[in-house]
Design a protein around this ligand. Sequence first.
Ligand SMILES: Cc1cc2nc3c(=O)[nH]c(=O)nc-3n(C[C@H](O)[C@H](O)[C@H](O)COP(=O)(O)OP(=O)(O)OC[C@H]3O[C@@H](n4cnc5c(N)ncnc54)[C@H](O)[C@@H]3O)c2cc1C
Length: 482
Amino acid sequence: MTAPVSPPAAGVDVVVVGAGLSGLTAAHRLRQYGLSVRVFEASSRVGGRVSSTRVDGVHVDLGGTFVGPGQDRVIALADEVGVGRYRTYGAGENVIRWRGQRRRYRGTVPPVGASLLDVGRIQLTLDRLARTVPCGAPATAPQAAQLDAESLGSWLRRSRASSAARDLIAIAARTTWGCEPDEISLLHALHYIHQAGGLSSMLDTEGGAQEEHFVEGSHEIALRLSAALGDALTLDAPVERIASTGDGVRVTAADEVVTAGAVVVAVPPALRSRIVFAPALPPAHAQMAQRWPAGILSKAYAVYETPFWREQALSGQGLSDTGPVFITFDAGPEGADGPGVLLGFVGGVYAREWDELPPAERRARVLSSFADLFGPRALDATGYVDQRWGAEPWVGGGPTAAPGPGSVVPYAGTLAAPVGRVVWAGTETADRWTGFMDGAVRAGERAALEARALVAATARSTASTIASTTAPLTASPTGGTS
Ligand SMILES: Cc1cc2nc3c(=O)[nH]c(=O)nc-3n(C[C@H](O)[C@H](O)[C@H](O)COP(=O)(O)OP(=O)(O)OC[C@H]3O[C@@H](n4cnc5c(N)ncnc54)[C@H](O)[C@@H]3O)c2cc1C
């Protein structure tokens, strides 16, 4: 453990910008290292892309929800703060509405007729290509520039993917990046898939990233971390300026200036551009912030007296090739026979229209989508809530950044490498499970280590300066003094 550095008056060892899971994790670890922190959060609540509310007395996660095997860091953090997990309900058959027909099916891959084999071929090819993209270093992949120059959508067409395979991948793209396949760099998509351990691991419920939920909700992790921070956390305090002073930083937020040995910036890439850096960051940083926009993914929950789909031996998991809801889950409380909760995602092209609708119309369209999948009883919701992440000013969309073609290779050095005493966190900077809560936690932990090293280096250099200026004069071999 490194000895803490004595901060200057009104200063701390490290300032953390953003109280999402990544920033809160960084602050938590830094305090465990014995360092003092100050956390500034722009909005009036903590959690960023994790948030929660209650509908008809039932807890629902409005943002990040699911965790699965391999997401060790967020699971370890949840264990550490005492937030438990339970399995996503998955008993029974899934349902798909496809080309105007509703069908039941088992397993992950839905029955899309003769195209089923082609879906398998595309999945295998994407998984194989993804393994050529090194985790945390996509720009070093063989043919990185070519892969980056193309979109996932154009690659699908070039690979002669059937329309069914293209539509299924579009559902995956909307859920994963909040965008259409034509809008995402193929290199980024492959890197993301590799980081998540392959398409199955990324998309499956059983054995995949949707396997479990947190009992009290993912937001509870953020709430517990923030409670421990006490006065070290300030809400409604957007950081406006970060000035480097040589041996530290001066961070300005809500008319307050705090000095520190390092700053951890844990905001989504696009939001870095709202902070003025002095001196200015290298130009590629500003470019990157403009070319790594957030995707569009919104969530809607309907609460029912009972999970009526379970009576029909349906799992609550559904897919649709029409919107606005294109994928659903049973998000009911653990082990309960009631109430029932259906979760639907609205993203990409569907969210562009639906996000703009008035609340009553959004609700009507979501319930109609649920009814298409689970029958007319889905119209009789006792409660409803939705969350449009594009309407959150300090998040700007979800679930993660969706860089388009040509946006990865040129900016490879800007995402995670520290600039002087500015250290970057946030899920987009993770080298495993980027885009997920696990990636946010990993990035926060890595940033805490980097900030600790910077603070320790300052402490060493200050100590050696003090030692050299206070050391007694000794005779030198040449007879002088040194
Ligand atoms: C609809 C949706 C569904 C999702 N589903 C899942 C899922 O099932 N499983 C999963 O693992 N992940 C999921 N995710 C992704 C997951 O929620 C995110 O990866 C994770 O929460 C990101 O955390 P973060 O700390 O990196 O960023 P954020 O949560 O975005 O935190 C950044 C914080 O910085 C603050 N901020 C921004 N600018 C400033 C500033 N200038 N000064 C001070 N503060 C600032 C913001 O207000 C915010 O609180 C989902 C996300 C969404 C939106």
